[in-house]
Design a protein. Structure first.
Length: 160
């Protein structure tokens, strides 16, 4: 049985700042690249969203899927079981709960998904390409709004 490889990366110019993500999907001899830029976001949001969008692209949920990411934030949350603990605590005091919930939902739709950490900026061709896609998207003039993030940071942080 064939597998699908998903390579992802996220980028932010400033943290927060304009951001972007890059994704490469491989299935047999087919390769698809995806990139998106956002006006205001964080690097961790872009890393998470890249994985989510990559998984959402997969139509054959019964196939084995390997997700390659240079984000320990994302890979460790899955592989070390932190995400399930955060879910039990309703993501209390966790940043990016909207994306963690979305990742959890899509992750549960797959029969077999493995998350693999790869070292960033170490010459891995697919990771380097995803990084380039993410950086170019973060610099694009055609960016979209990370609505949840922008609405969250605009809330006044006062007691009265």
């Amino acid at each position: 049985m064939s597998c699908i490889n998903i390579y992802t990366d996220g980028s932010s110019r400033g943290n927060p700042g304009p951001g972007g993500l890059g994704i490469i999907l491989e299935y047999k001899k087919n390769i698809k690249e995806i990139s998106k830029g956002f006006k205001m976001t964080t690097n961790n949001r872009m890393e998470l969203l890249a994985v989510i969008l990559g998984l959402e692209e997969v139509k054959k949920r019964e196939l084995e899927v390997f997700v390659f990411s240079d984000s320990r934030y994302v890979v460790d949350a899955i592989n070390k079981g932190w995400l399930l603990k955060w879910e039990k605590n309703n993501f209390k005091k966790k940043k990016n709960p909207d994306l963690w919930k979305r990742l959890l939902k899509i992750h549960k739709e797959f029969t077999k998904v493995k998350f693999v950490w790869i070292k960033g900026h170490a010459g891995h061709p697919k990771n380097e390409r995803c990084d380039k896609l993410a950086v170019l998207a973060s610099e694009s003039s055609n960016q979209i709004t990370d609505t949840y993030y922008e609405e969250t940071i605009k809330k006044p942080n006062t007691l009265f």
